[in-house]
Design a protein around this ligand. Sequence first.
Ligand code: NIG
Ligand code: FE
Length: 391
Amino acid sequence: MSTLWHNLRLINQPDVDAIVSDGASIVWVGEQTAAPDCDQTVDLGNAWVTPGFIDCHTHVVFGGERAHEFDLRLQGKSYAEIAASGGGIASTMQATRQSDEQTLYKLARRRIEQLIADGVTTIEIKSGYGLDELSETKMLRVIRQLGEDLPVTILSTALLAHSLPPEYADDQAGYVHWVCQMLPKLHKEGLIDAVDAFCEHLAFSPEQVAQIFDCAGRLYLPVKLHAEQLSLQGGAQVAARFHALSADHLEYLDEAGVIAMAKAGTVAVLLPGAFYFLRETQYPPVNLLRRYQVPIAIASDCNPGTSPVLSLRLMMNMACTLFRLTPSEALAGVTTNAAKALGLQNTHGQIAPGFCADMIAWQVDDPAEICYWLGGQLPHQRIYQGELDAS
Ligand code: NIG
Ligand code: FE
């Protein structure tokens, strides 16, 4: 079924007022007077149309919540202190292990529906709160099921090296070895699209991350990394060495890391929700990223400990207000650059022939309003794989 979407505006393309999709793909973009014949026509009411938004870093599948830690941090405890006293990722791991598949599915589905309502059409979701075979597999199955059921494209990332589980207390090397044994199994079951790790003093060292990335490489799986979030560890260089799709967080990233990422084509994923929620004072080096032309993406990092965020538009706003991105950089951060952070740059994140027909028609006067309004929901129509959502 082909559709002519018309009476619309595209940012930076003043001559375009029509798009044609055929099935799930865009096949033509241009002036309506020159448009090919289509099976149906949809008037978008002179709306500004953007690609569907891509949330390229989330942890939306988890059991429980960590509101009490929010309270502790307001009393002055740091994220690292809370983690050291048994809270943090370990507490979500317990809650996730104790939740059955159906419960995890229901909770995550509700969170994803919120993201969808705010303009998202593609989401990456990480495992990493199970940290044993049964529970990591459970999380990854839930991720796959959500992808089958919901009108959103979901990519699944194995984040086994998120934290050291109690079974391996004092045996980091043993755990890394176990992770390397698990990856081929999970991959064989078709459960993973990429591999991630947390490179930090309270998680895994650059050498351990390199070991895990070696295993991922043998499976031809792309890698990405939580790097330089709480301290400078040199994770960005490891990510670059393995041609990681992205290095994420990056508050403590230095110039050498930026240069390495630029050479490798690794995307910098900024997560202003975690920056804000942890009351971080170290800013990611946005000017260096610009100077060396490292593509910048923005994501929600939706997770119970550091970023309980259910709006990607709010993250665009925070990327502008906190990190001084321009609205057009913020838009690229959730479209073209977010697609690249997932290896989807040839199919997603742009409105052009050959790309997926995932689009949002925003009823706003100025496209900058998409990241100007804080919270709430802007009136919009959502087109997913060439079909208009019923509203
Ligand atoms: O992206 N940095 C590590 N992982 C998550 C936080 C996980 C948690 O505290 O539950 C993040 O911020
Ligand atoms: Fe994260």
